[in-house]
Design a protein around this ligand. Structure first.
Ligand code: AMP
Length: 409
């Protein structure tokens, strides 16, 4: 029998990565919780139609990348490729428009896209995701961007760059799309096959192309950001002013076209030059028409998603190391029960504690204490002794309570 492996494009999280991920989760909770965002979860699979309608039929995600299957009742289901459509579905399903607005939510979990795996690109990956429903205010756009910037900075992500743009409203985008289509048709001969085939369905994607001829044509193409209507332009000015006030640096990049159809007004993306070809760490934007499109009341929305694996790839060391354990060494096999009790008492007192459980010699146990970076070792022998692993100082102690007093929680 051949050896079993994790499926292509997936991975196991092994120590010490597990700890880095949990710390990042805590960091997200702290930063987002402080700004009034509530944690929520939605199912890992949804009806396929949600993504077809919510992400957009012409997008790469819907056309090529979804893990879609039929359940035993013949329903078409899809492993979620992104979070926003489900958040909007939940907002409508639970009548959240009746709550005080805006509704601010965040989540964390696995997402699935059938892409060609490479460094930083997987078929199952993890996102942290924040969404604000029910407010048009430019301060929501700026707040969301600043919160992601804070998480990336505190997570230790290096070499970041923020690209920012505005896509206007659906109407100004439609007018602009017509203008762009006409321009692309004039230059059809120089465009890549893929771009040519999508002139009707999604002309904006031409800005994403790596094709040499297409890139040359796009350098002189009309740009949306110069065609915004006055309200949209003013909204964008306000978002930029708030970011300027906060001292966050960004580049306005009119070629920024997010991969999903539903965006309106502000869009943004954080990249890190510490990553290879897959340099996007996180991004998002406004989707003022999406909830209505999914059958809800007209409701503005805005949000972002950031990839956990990419954050950790681009982070130098990750969030600061916090917890150095106390190690319990057992001097004689007959004292294992005493050692077990001391470990329980220290843990109950809030101290991270590890217990010798491999039958090591005394020398081996001190080596192990060093290996795990223990700050102190309790030696359970005829007496109880406490050794400070940094100073090497050793003293006799009466019981676990005294150890707790000396090492603190
Ligand atoms: P998107 O919804 O495509 O803007 O993705 C948001 C973030 O999720 C990206 O910036 C990446 O950090 C992460 N991401 C998206 N697709 C993948 C993938 N296939 N593998 C790993 N991370 C991904």
């Amino acid at each position: 029998m051949s050896r079993l492996k994790a499926p292509r494009g997936t991975f196991d999280v092994l120590p010490p990565d597990g700890r880095r991920r949990l710390r990042l989760l805590q960091l997200a909770e702290e930063v987002l919780g402080r700004a009034g965002y509530e944690y929520f979860e939605s199912p890992v699979f949804e009806e396929t139609e949600l993504f077809a309608r919510g992400v957009g039929e012409s997008t790469d995600i819907v056309q090529k990348e979804m893990f879609t299957f039929e359940d035993k009742g013949g329903r078409s289901l899809t492993l979620r490729p992104e979070a926003t459509a489900a958040v909007c579905r939940a907002y409508v399903e639970h009548g959240m428009h009746k709550l005080a607005q805006p509704v601010k939510l965040w989540t964390w979990g696995p997402f699935f896209r059938h892409e060609a795996p490479q460094a930083g690109r997987y078929r199952q990956f993890t996102q942290v995701d924040a969404e604000v429903l029910g407010s048009q205010e430019p301060s929501v756009d700026a707040e969301l961007i600043l919160l992601l910037a804070e998480i990336l900075e505190q997570a230790g992500v290096e070499g970041t760059r923020l690209r920012l743009s505005s896509l206007g409203t659906a109407e100004s985008r439609r007018q602009y799309a017509d203008e762009l289509r006409a321009y692309l048709r004039e230059h059809e001969g120089d465009l890549s096959m893929e771009v040519r085939e999508r002139i009707d369905a999604n002309p904006l994607r031409a800005f994403d192309s790596d094709h040499e001829g297409t890139r040359t044509v796009m350098r002189s193409a009309p740009v949306l950001i110069e065609r915004l209507d006055p309200d949209d332009a003013e909204h964008f000015e306000e978002v930029k002013a708030l970011l300027d006030d906060a001292g966050l640096r960004y580049e306005v990049d009119h070629t920024l076209v997010r991969g999903l159809d539903y965006y309106t007004r502000t869009v943004f993306e954080f990249e890190s030059d510490r990553l290879g070809a897959q340099r996007g760490v996180g991004g998002g934007g406004r989707y003022d028409g999406l909830i209505e499109q999914l059958g809800g009341p007209p409701t503005p929305g805005n949000g972002w998603a950031a990839g956990i694996e990419r954050i950790l790839l681009a982070a130098h060391g990750g969030p600061a190391e916090d917890r150095r354990p106390v190690y319990i060494a057992v001097a004689k096999p007959g004292l294992r029960r005493d050692a077990f009790r001391v470990a329980r008492e220290l843990r109950a007192g809030g101290v991270a504690t590890e217990l010798e459980q491999a039958g090591r010699s005394m020398k081996g146990q001190f080596k192990q204490a060093d290996r795990i970076g223990a700050r102190a070792t309790v030696i359970v022998g005829d007496e109880l002794e406490l050794k400070d692993m940094d100073s090497g100082e050793q003293r006799q102690v009466a019981d676990a309570a005294e150890v707790l007093r000396l090492v603190g929680a």
